[in-house]
Design a binder for this molecule. Structure first.
Ligand SMILES: Nc1nc2c(ncn2[C@@H]2O[C@H](COP(=O)(O)OP(=O)(O)OP(=O)(O)O)[C@@H](O)[C@H]2O)c(=O)[nH]1
Ligand SMILES: [Zn+2]
Length: 207
């Protein structure tokens, strides 16, 4: 990928959030908002733990999933991935970027429309395509802007999705290494994880 120049974004507000997660984990997050993000969405960065300046911070780009993150739906693995990310980034020191990209960018209502098609046998990507959307239309330019605004130029990236690393690199953020997330399997997400591995290019050992 070639380097794409981005408009400069700036930190707007930083404020502490004392977190008590549903898995019992407690931590202090420095919530950070921005001005000038390219897509105009209200993306949020959480600064967690203490980054050791000798090594790049651990960073996760987490795409919003209301059903999984908030309600604990087991159709996907987003909820446990979010818990894992908060714990691991607190330990290592780094940033969780909570990106407002519900449903891989198609929005909540369209994601639930796609779920109804998945209940008739389509996989997660074909359901998007049948509704006239891209299989995965997410871009991570705003995430790169957020990292630049935070003064971060090199990261260890917590993900199984190579596209996130490639897009950050294309926007001038060095990815020293991709750190895999655990594979969170449930009875309800086994086909979803298999589709991510087989068709989405995700590096995971699907069940
Ligand atoms: N359109 C659609 N979006 C989904 C579905 N299931 C989960 N999502 C969304 O997918 C996003 C999470 O992306 P994933 O593909 O699970 O994982 P990823 O973030 O690309 O990869 P990792 O960094 O390895 O976790 C969230 O925005 C979810 O709302 C689905 O069946 N259809
Ligand atoms: Zn989800």
């Amino acid at each position: 990928m070639t380097l794409t120049p981005l408009p400069v974004a700036t930190v707007r507000t930083q404020v502490d959030l004392p977190l008590r997660r549903s898995d019992g984990h407690r931590t202090l997050a420095r919530a950070t908002t921005f001005d000038g993000l390219v897509d105009g969405a209200e993306h949020l960065a959480l600064v967690l733990g203490r980054a050791d300046r000798a090594t790049p911070p651990l960073v996760r780009l987490h795409s919003e999933c209301l059903t999984g993150d908030l309600f604990g739906s087991q159709r996907c693995d987003c909820g446990p991935q979010l818990d894992e990310a908060v714990r691991r980034i607190t330990r290592a020191g780094g940033y969780l970027l909570y990106l407002r990209q519900e449903g891989r960018g198609i929005g909540l209502y369209a994601k639930l429309d796609a779920y109804t098609l998945q209940d008739t046998g389509l996989d997660t990507y074909d359901a998007n395509l049948a509704l006239g959307y891209a299989a995965d239309g997410r871009t991570y330019a705003a995430a790169a802007q957020m990292l630049h605004a935070l003064g971060v130029v090199e990261v260890d990236l917590l993900t199984n999705n190579p596209d996130k690393a490639a897009q950050l690199e294309a926007h001038g953020i060095r990815v020293r290494q991709r750190v895999p997330t655990a594979v969170h399997v449930s009875h309800a997400n086994v086909h979803y994880l298999a589709a991510k591995a087989r068709r989405g290019g995700h590096d995971l050992l699907y069940p």
